[in-house]
Design a protein around this ligand. Sequence first.
Ligand code: HEM
Ligand SMILES: Cc1cnc2ccccc2c1N
Length: 290
Amino acid sequence: IVHMAQEIKDKSEKDYQEVYNAIAVKLREEDEFDGYIGYGPVLTRLAWHSSGTWDKNNNTGGSFGGTYQFQKESNDPSNKGLHNGAEFLAPIHKQFPWLSHGDLYTLGGVVAIQELQGPVIPWRPGRVDLPEDMTPDNGRLPDAVYGADYVRNFFKRLDLNDQEVVALMGAHCLGRTHLQNTGFDGPWGAASNTFTNEFFLNLLNENWKLEKNEAKNMQWNSPKGYMMLPTDHALIEDDKYMAYVKLYATNNDKFFEDFAKAFKKLLEGGITFPQSTPTYRFETLDSQGL
Ligand code: HEM
Ligand SMILES: Cc1cnc2ccccc2c1N
């Protein structure tokens, strides 16, 4: 299967910056969601889950067709809680009906990362809505209970190497786990809604204890009330991953640079863009003085 992005002839950078700004203003205004964490983390996870269904071996799934809009995909147990992100974006789709669902879900993640003070994520438009029968099967997204070998093998299907995987996992600096969504709980106290390399510093500096949580799942907890999933903790159980954890814990610029590249690659998996497709680097609200 070839997913050829369409050439968007009648929309300019200004049009896409207008969509970016509409999402960013809504994000700034609706700050009470999830105990004042806001919508940034869940929008980031929605962009990742709508892209993470890609299978490089047969080029099925991925962000191109916007199939998260169909219940077969949004009801995947792996997607529990993401409806909050989709409902947040629904009015944006109404305001800009010319934007495909695939472009909407991925752009939502770009706005979230940038407005939460993360790196600029270069982004290309042109994803095309596919019919419901092209929705990939459930079960293509990763489980949280396994170790490094599972994580490494899982991300091969998304064509992502050790360095890209560790960089991307740094997004777990944002938001939190919710017992009713995934059977994991915490961090307790304020979860973060600012994009930093804290995830790597916490991995290295906290005193982690493996405990069974209320849903009978094992997770790593620290005396300060932080938590890590088994797949998070796996990054300091494996020498190759550990090298990148240390790199990103000590070099925030390198983390930002590598995260931006890996997140763009994740959001574009399986898509062929025409030469003429521009790559947009959007301004944040702050940098526009808005
Ligand atoms: C081995 C791979 C991964 C596993 C097993 C995993 C698992 C999870 C789980 C269990 C949650 C909690 C969801 C909830 O209970 O509401 C979560 C949240 C989150 N994940 Fe991941 N994740 C992985 C990779 C990623 C990647 C690659 C990204 C983005 C680049 C990401 C971004 C997020 C964000 C932002 C949240 C917070 C969502 C919120 O606060 O509502 N994750 N993840
Ligand atoms: C500190 C930390 C660690 N792991 C996480 C996994 C998923 C969501 C949030 C997380 C988080 N804030």
